[in-house]
Write a protein that binds this ligand. Sequence first.
Ligand code: G3P
Length: 218
Amino acid sequence: MRLFLDTADIKQIRDAVKLGVISGVTTNPSLVSKAGWPGDYKSAVQEICSLVKGPVSVEVLSVEPEAMIEEARSIATWSPHVNVKIPVCAAGLEAISVLSKENIKVNLTLCFSLNQALLGALAGATYVSPFVGRLDDVGQDGMELVAQIVQCFDRYRLPTQVIAASIRHPMHCVTAAEVGAHIATVPYSVLMQMVNHPLTTVGIARFLEDSKKTTGKG
Ligand code: G3P
């Protein structure tokens, strides 16, 4: 399973990329607004692309199919790494079916059912993003949906990759890996939770302490 970073915060992206474990970034309008970008959306996306050098998802804001297609074509020129995020809806599927024939990679977003994922794959989406945490929030098992989509795409040999999105905690990543998600897109805080374990922290401190006894330093 690959890991993407789910953020629009340039500092977080810079810090995470140094770890060598991140192969892409996903953004959405809420994350962009939270990161407080000073206006030049295109330059900020290009900076992210130069840092990550892997797929970077940027969401369209149009709602009509023709406008979505035009917006997606424009976003796709920003960098060869840019993927276009399009929400599940009739207009979105129409747009995806046109864009996929132009080799513009689309990440189908706000996916909450197997049917939506299947429609996205049939329309030609490169990725589908089931929102795990938001399903959990309303009392449905988000990871069960990820497992269903992975099995369905495997069974019918559909090339669309599954991005486990709306990840809220490290156990989501564990389960995403167990059920065969191709990618999990994680907030920076969850990435750090994946790195850390209290026994590792205690173990490092103890080794350092014991090494001082041997070397007499410190
Ligand atoms: O990847 C989708 C993500 O940004 C949504 O996360 O926590 O707002 O449900 P959340």
